[in-house]
Write a protein that binds this ligand. Sequence first.
Ligand SMILES: Cc1cc2nc3c(=O)[nH]c(=O)nc-3n(C[C@H](O)[C@H](O)[C@H](O)COP(=O)(O)OP(=O)(O)OC[C@H]3O[C@@H](n4cnc5c(N)ncnc54)[C@H](O)[C@@H]3O)c2cc1C
Length: 339
Amino acid sequence: MKIAIVGLGLAGSYLFKRLTLGTDHQITAFERHYSDKQQRLVCGWGVHSTDFDHYARQCLLEPSDYYLHQAQKAYLTVGDASIVVPVFDLCTFNKQTFLTDLQAHIPGFFAKIFHGKGAYHDHGIERSSFDLIIDATGYRRSMLGPISNGIDQFIHCRQYVIQYEDSPPYDDFHMELYRDGYLWLFPLTNGLCHIGAGTFDHSHKEKLLQFFEKYGDYTILEVGNKPVRIIPTSQCLPFSKENIIGVGEAIGVVRPLVGEGIIPSLRSAEILFDCLCSDSLQDYENLILQEFKSHDREWSYVQARLRQDKWACLWHGLHLKNPHGKLSFRQKIKIYQGM
Ligand SMILES: Cc1cc2nc3c(=O)[nH]c(=O)nc-3n(C[C@H](O)[C@H](O)[C@H](O)COP(=O)(O)OP(=O)(O)OC[C@H]3O[C@@H](n4cnc5c(N)ncnc54)[C@H](O)[C@@H]3O)c2cc1C
């Protein structure tokens, strides 16, 4: 098949690698950014290492080449409540290098990448020249277009790359949860960290300034803004249109509660890869809906929090399934009390 991949973020790059390594499809990829200007990527780079290991190995890459900081604990603040949760499986990884390695290939007839070339439903790509076009454009959905129910929702984020003179204010992962968003500090290496925040009401910029005022002696190296699509996959239909099929954040795979989208994007790309290999693209939509069903509950919980409906919050909250479930019942209650 002649396949075009539009967007070389995680989902697109992962598919590019898997398809060029394991199949004889002809792959052409389009990425709107130039490779030498590859944006630092506005993303915390936090992942669960077991999952990351799995997906890196699927691409014949060594996961430990990308690790930056392995967590032992996470500091969680919710309202006035603060807890320290032991974690064993959380790390930051070098997403930029990982993407570059996923995109490495032997140029030729079977694999081409056009950097600095955006593709859109109505221009930038000859749609009829491809049997299949994969929309991996993240929150933009440049090929699929708007979702069918017209109610898309994003959380607006800003993230800084910060160098602390001595050591960062937290020696491990730190998250502050608010009624309508969150703030994070994810350590990288040598006093470098990602500090970002996202809220529905745009108050994240102020929250970040307050955080910086509290903890001085730092240098800002970079800053970037990016929204995250926060609605669950069940509300992101259609996943396909004409010869176009979506993957990753384009079809809403991000966890609504915490904005975790890296592993879910890789998971959705793997599902699409399997469907392509077994010639069963017709099953893709159902497989995705099943895989990310637990995000519906998270979304109900987030909405209850936004409405400040304590009972709905408690109800949905107690039924939440944390895929990495480490919170005890007592810790959960402490968190809900802080909301
Ligand atoms: C501030 C912030 C912090 C985050 N931190 C974390 C975190 O720590 N852990 C985590 O798990 N998740 C995190 N996420 C979420 C995660 O980054 C995304 O959900 C995930 O990267 C989505 O992957 P994707 O490949 O679907 O889309 P993206 O990574 O958004 O990739 C889309 C790609 O398509 C390209 N593109 C867009 N339009 C076009 C076009 N028309 N033509 C060609 N190319 C195009 C873009 O340039 C981009 O390279 C964070 C998100 C934000 C905004």
